[in-house]
Unconditional design. Structure first.
Length: 303
């Protein structure tokens, strides 16, 4: 029986995280975001032979429209990777990118590959939650145990808050502290090493001349953290998912645009190309839970 070998992460980067619909990536295609991080990750390991890359696995929660048609392979081609590098897109909703890392690592661990790329990309500006034309099976509504699969994330959060008695005040306090910590980390430069700045081009018509005006800028800092977040401000917000609920736009995670990429290698490739590991992949687990309280998945998976 063949022994499982180790897999190592040797490059890692991500774009800044943009707010969907009104943020700096609202007009940036997801495949362009993916290209940015693929090229940046490869630049971190200049000694690596691109011909040695076996495959690119990319997570994408709603792989349709601008991020459809196997965005993994499209990203590989647009990033200038050798045509011999394959591409496959995987979907596990919020854990899509994480599952891509697990799948890439496992190819290495069982000896099927020596160099893999794992990535993730999402433009919630261009492809909304649930996609452009959702169509749920009517059979889903025949069983009360299954109907939760049709719930939006906000409603599942309401179910978790009710079952575990998480108060509105506790949620708001967690949100305030989350913003405070994110802003402090940004100010200290803690995210700089993991973030690839992205050049953004915005275009708007000049209604007088009819010309298209281009505005160029470089974005390098996550867009979500807000310095004006306070308990008093959050307390004024209405709930948005349940009339008598506790989840608001202020204590929910934002919908976002962004991409990230990792390069993973075997110990053989590590030595062959003189690479320095950032981390060693050790283990992974997934576990299903009742759909209406899907947010507790980590509680079951982590043990």
């Amino acid at each position: 029986m063949k022994q499982v070998q180790d897999a190592y992460i040797v490059a890692a980067t991500r774009t800044p995280i943009g707010r969907s619909h009104r943020g700096f990536f609202r007009n940036t295609r997801p495949d362009d975001l993916l290209v940015n991080v693929l090229q940046a990750a490869l630049a971190q390991v200049p000694n690596l032979d691109p011909q040695s890359i076996e495959d690119l696995i990319c997570g994408c929660a709603i792989p349709e429209a601008q991020q459809g048609l196997n965005i993994a392979r499209i990203g590989a081609v647009l990033a200038g990777l050798p045509t011999g590098v394959g591409g496959i897109t995987v979907n596990r909703f919020c854990a899509s990118g994480l599952s891509a890392v697990q799948m890439a690592a496992d190819r290495i661990r069982v000896g099927e590959a020596d160099v893999m790329i794992a990535a993730g990309v999402e433009s919630m500006s261009m492809v909304p939650m649930m996609g452009n034309s959702p169509s749920l099976s009517p059979a889903m509504f025949n069983n009360d145990e299954n109907i939760g699969i049709a719930y939006g994330m906000g409603l599942t959060a309401e179910k978790v808050a009710t079952q575990w008695k998480v108060s509105r005040e506790a949620q708001d306090a967690f949100a305030v502290e989350s913003h405070r910590r994110a802003l402090a980390a940004q100010a200290a430069g803690h995210f700089a090493a993991e973030t690839t700045p992205v050049n953004v081009v915005d275009r708007a018509p000049d209604l007088v001349t009819g010309d298209v005006i281009e505005t160029k800028r470089t974005v390098s800092v996550d867009e979500g953290a807000r310095a004006d977040t306070s308990m008093e401000g959050l307390a004024k917000l209405r709930t948005v998912f349940a009339a008598r609920g506790s989840v608001t736009a202020g204590n929910s995670s934002q919908t976002s645009d962004g991409a990230g990429a990792l390069i993973l290698v075997s110990e053989k490739a590590l030595k062959q190309y003189g690479l320095t590991p950032l981390a060693r992949f050790v283990s992974f687990a997934s576990k299903g839970v009742p759909p209406h309280i899907m947010g507790i998945g980590p509680i079951e998976a982590i043990p």
